[in-house]
Design a protein around this ligand. Structure first.
Ligand SMILES: Nc1ncnc2c1ncn2[C@@H]1O[C@H](COP(=O)(O)OP(=O)(O)OP(=O)(O)O)[C@@H](O)[C@H]1O
Length: 273
């Protein structure tokens, strides 16, 4: 029996373990994401093939794998962009992500950072974060509203976290590539997501920016669950707790960086040794 099913059945037997109401995230068993027996084909090609992936709440998980291994497709399934042909995907024990649409999944607390930064270049760092608070569709109306003390405190916390407090009045268009990436992570954090999916965060960054990004992501883990897809092995080594290697749509190996790097199959298909 699958992990999510055995947990859910046990919850039905012992009603003191009953899942919370549908809107709440139930991570009492320690897991925030369950993907079980998930498959999806595109024109007969199995991009994801019986994938089983479990992510613990608060962990920093790195996903690596060769081009075409299914990493992006896996994130598309979690965020509701792609519907799998079979399998199940649960956020906590009570939210069936396959029954939810993309915006509902985002609202439930899954934030996704795409590879390219998409900050608003003509707005300041502060305004970008303000915009990310949401609620108002039109920019003039948004900026006419006063921020509550709580919102201001949150802005302050996030600006410090992403290391841009000295640049909060600068236009986002003047930031370096790395700073734009941090700002976008900050914009996601304004929504206080429970889980962050981060796609190739250090592509195009300088070494110094990579080090700062490593510190930022390590600092987010614990309070948030962070899933990072990345090709840069030096960067992965600097942040990795558990590494999952995807290959041909399923897990080839999962473990510590040392376990993964010394695995002959991983070396053959990914590390080129
Ligand atoms: N919408 C789609 N239609 C057809 N084929 C697709 C679609 N999305 C993905 N694929 C195919 O599925 C396979 C997995 O792609 P995916 O982008 O998930 O891999 P990846 O591990 O993210 O690769 P990369 O490291 O290059 O980003 C690839 O062969 C890709 O061409």
């Amino acid at each position: 029996m699958s992990l999510i099913n055995s947990i859910r059945q046990r919850d039905r037997v012992f009603d003191f373990l009953a899942p919370q109401g549908a809107g709440d995230l139930d991570t009492r068993k320690g897991y925030i994401l369950y993907m079980e027996d998930v498959s999806v084909s595109f024109d007969g090609f199995k991009a994801i093939n019986n994938l089983n992936l479990y992510i613990r709440e608060g962990e920093l998980r790195c996903i690596i794998g060769p081009n075409g291994a299914g990493k992006t497709t896996m994130m598309d399934i979690i965020t509701g962009k792609t519907q799998p042909d079979s399998g199940s995907v649960w956020f906590g024990q009570s939210m069936d992500l396959l029954k939810m649409k993309e915006p509902e999944i985002a609202n439930a607390g899954i934030g996704r950072k795409f590879q390219k930064p998409t900050v608003f270049e003509a707005l300041t760092v502060f305004e970008n974060l303000w915009l990310a608070l949401g609620g108002q569709r039109s920019i003039p109306r948004l900026f006419n509203r006063k921020l509550s003390a709580e919102q201001l405190a949150r802005m302050d916390e996030v600006i410090n976290l992403i290391g841009l407090s000295d640049l909060q009045s600068s236009l986002a268009g003047t930031l370096s590539h790395g700073q734009k990436q941090w700002l976008e992570i900050g914009m996601l954090l304004m929504q206080n997501p429970k889980m962050l999916l981060v796609d190739e965060p250090v592509a195009g960054m300088t070494h110094q920016e990579m080090d700062k990004t490593a510190e930022l992501l390590k600092g987010l883990a614990g309070r948030h669950t962070v899933v990072v897809v990345e090709h840069d092995m030096e960067f992965i080594r600097s942040i990795a707790q558990t590494v999952t290697v995807l290959h041909q749509g399923s897990i080839l190996k999962e473990g510590s960086m040392d376990q993964v790097q010394s695995d002959p199959k991983v070396r053959e298909v990914y590390l080129g040794a």
